[in-house]
Write a protein that binds this ligand. Structure first.
Ligand code: SAH
Ligand code: AVI
Length: 331
């Protein structure tokens, strides 16, 4: 479905078939010996709101650390680009800074892509009010499947493709490289890719970020069960699960899980499936990898990207890297 207004256009590539995707992921994930559901299903309208609330929590440092880098280095990051393609865009906080650093009146264009239609429309609406010369062409889709739906550039100016917030860390190593390779294919000579990655640090700091005292991350995690209940006519008793987050030192990633506090039987009508949870059994809902500069370098290299710069915040908690397509250093 495509819909056009004056200078906001939103193409929606997630249709009724999407419940099937969730259904397939849940069917695979809940019939594995170790149960898991991929994190992309967190982001219904409530999940997107809860993620925004997580970013406000004092323990959740990644947003503040990345914002410090973006704010200080915005002009350097955008260079002479006039278009920003943002993958997994969410709230417009970071786009506002990057678009604000692009030359006014130079036909600035924002192309957000997100699975959350509500978050995308809200972000587009806010930005268009603030930057009257801006045009927005949003894509409601999955960046694992719909990168080919991203509209091409309007003119010959370079563009920035951004994947911020540490979202790349939500993918295991092989999928991560596959995603980076497909992003590399979006870049023309002169374009740049800016990637936000959370860095390895004291595990206590990391674990606190994923288990804030106000319980917002716990609500975000548990909301996944509401998504499955609503979309797949399931009867998870959300009160029978608790939030778990820990840093796996060997794999250098955080895992979020939901632990059954007692034995439960869940019926998932849309899958005609009954799932048993033993007391204490855990369902993995997210990994969030933390990077060393070496890991970042090797992932980008394996994806065919030419790493040009790694910028970090004053506390060395987070990194924003700039890469380009191999062989076009002039951009
Ligand atoms: N970029 C923002 C938001 C990060 S939260 C920031 O840095 O703060 C992750 C965002 O990616 C959410 O808005 C979520 O809806 C979106 N997302 C998660 N998986 C996705 C996928 N497979 N395809 C497209 N968007 C996805
Ligand atoms: C979107 N993503 C990078 C967040 C993260 O930190 O991995 C999602 C999140 N999960 C718990 N808190 C935030």
């Amino acid at each position: 479905m495509t819909e056009a207004a004056t200078d906001v256009r939103v193409d929606v590539h997630l249709g009724p078939g999407e419940e099937r995707r969730l259904a397939d992921d849940v069917l695979d994930g809940l019939t594995k010996p170790f149960k898991e559901i991929p994190p992309k299903h967190f982001y219904d309208a409530r999940g997107s709101e809860l993620f925004d609330a997580i970013c406000e929590q004092p323990e959740y440092y990644p947003t503040r650390s990345e914002m410090a880098i973006l704010t200080q280095r915005a002009s350097q990051l955008v260079g002479d680009a006039t278009e920003l393609v943002e993958l997994g865009s969410g709230a417009p906080t970071k786009a506002r800074i990057l678009l604000g650093a692009m030359t006014e009146g130079a036909s600035r264009r924002y192309i957000p892509l997100d699975v959350s239609e509500s978050a995308l429309r809200e972000a587009a609406g806010e930005l268009i009010e603030e930057l009257p010369d801006l045009s927005v062409h949003g894509v409601v889709g999955d960046f694992e499947r719909h990168l080919d739906r991203i509209p091409g550039p309007l003119n010959g100016d370079p563009r920035v493709v951004a994947l911020l917030g540490g979202t790349i860390g939500n993918f295991p190593p092989g999928t991560r490289r596959r995603l980076l390779r497909s992003i590399a294919r979006l870049l023309r000579p002169g374009d740049r890719f800016i990637l936000g990655t959370d860095l390895v640090k004291d595990p206590r700091v990391i674990e606190a970020a994923y288990d804030d005292a106000a319980g917002v991350t716990a609500d975000f995690n548990l909301n996944l069960l509401n998504v499955v209940n609503r979309e797949l006519e399931a009867n998870f008793d959300v009160g029978a699960f608790e939030h778990v987050a820990f840093f796996d030192r060997r794999r250098q990633w955080v895992e979020m899980r939901l632990r059954a506090t007692r034995a439960s039987t869940v019926w998932i009508e849309a899958l005609d499936l009954q799932v048993e949870f033993a007391p204490g059994e855990e369902l993995r809902t997210e990994i969030s990898a933390k990077f060393t500069p070496d890991r970042l370098r090797s992932d980008l290299k394996a994806a065919g990207l030419d790493l040009r710069q790694i910028l970090t915040d004053p506390e060395d908690r987070f990194a924003v890297s700039v890469s380009g397509p191999v062989g076009s250093r002039a951009g």
